[in-house]
Design a protein around this ligand. Sequence first.
Ligand code: ADP
Ligand code: MG
Length: 362
Amino acid sequence: MASITLEKISKNFPGVKALDDVNQKIESGKFFTLLGPSGCGKTTLLRTIAGFYKQDSGHILLSDEVIDDLPAYKRDTGMVFQSYAVFPHMTVYENVAFGLKTRKVEASEIKKRVARVLEQVHLSGYETRTPDQLSGGQQQRVGLARAMVIEPQVLLMDEPLSNLDAKLRVDMRTEIRGMQKLLGITTVYVTHDQEEALAISDKIAVMNFGVIQQVGTPWEIYKEPSNTFVASFVGDINFIEGKVTGSDSDSINVLVNDLTIKAVKPGISLETVKMAVRPEELSILTEELSGSDFTSIPGTIEKSSFVGALIRYTVNCGDNLKLIVELHKPQKEEMMASGSSVFVKIPADSILHFHPETGMRI
Ligand code: ADP
Ligand code: MG
């Protein structure tokens, strides 16, 4: 298996910096995900690795070999596309065998490898069908089998599940991850779906405007976002900006409107700070409580939505301060009507801190 090294990769299209100085090493055998909003450069980066685009500057290495000048078909990468890109007039067998035939693999070997890969993607018995006789999920399995059958060193997948319905997406992502682990194949996977990225990746690179914002494990990306973009793109988060009024060796007080919020944070020298807290860290109180390790602030329930496993409340806590609060495993008697007066409990150690201007974590 191969590692991929991206060195100072830049790529411009007319009027757009699609990739801006991307530096990244992707370890051999890992599942590496490019995550970011539409237009941030994910597809461009994947296609540049595949060799469908040539970078304007920088180098790409497969293990120790520089592959800048290697055409796509010689790069030993398999690609799975969002649109399944299967040949409509060919049977499942012919579709999967195609890449081996063009590589002049012996007929008996082709038979063996196609049978093996069709078993891996659960399509044994479908050999003679044509794509119009398959569901979307099955067609995408053919796409996956076509990429895998050539036994590439690197598997590249561009939003392979986005044309499937929600339930199937979850099943297929589990299968893709299972297969990737089994084969140990280095995989670069593109998605704009943050939950999908968290669920399947060894490492995630969050991108915006052609720049990698942060690389980390799913846990690091969610729990330790390095800037406000990552914090807000991955999962829901509440931002609370305020004035630092008191600061000692392990905590600060922050004045927000006329409320003082306690936060665990060694003294900082900034005058204002942007705090952030995940909805699941907050809770609803029916009366004001005080304690050394949390703050409770008054508010009014503005909206509540019950989505089965949890209730999501929007609580209006005054000027420009609306907090999303999630209550997991809700009990019936805990349901709060809109207009109810409540208090929101903010644990001091659940707060992340960002620079109010640069958005960088502090
Ligand atoms: P993503 O896959 O993250 O949605 P893309 O890599 O497709 O983003 O696009 C990144 C940027 O480059 C976008 O602004 C897009 O409009 C632009 N772009 C992508 N491909 C081309 C192209 N072939 N010609 C011109 N502009 C392009
Ligand atoms: Mg794309």
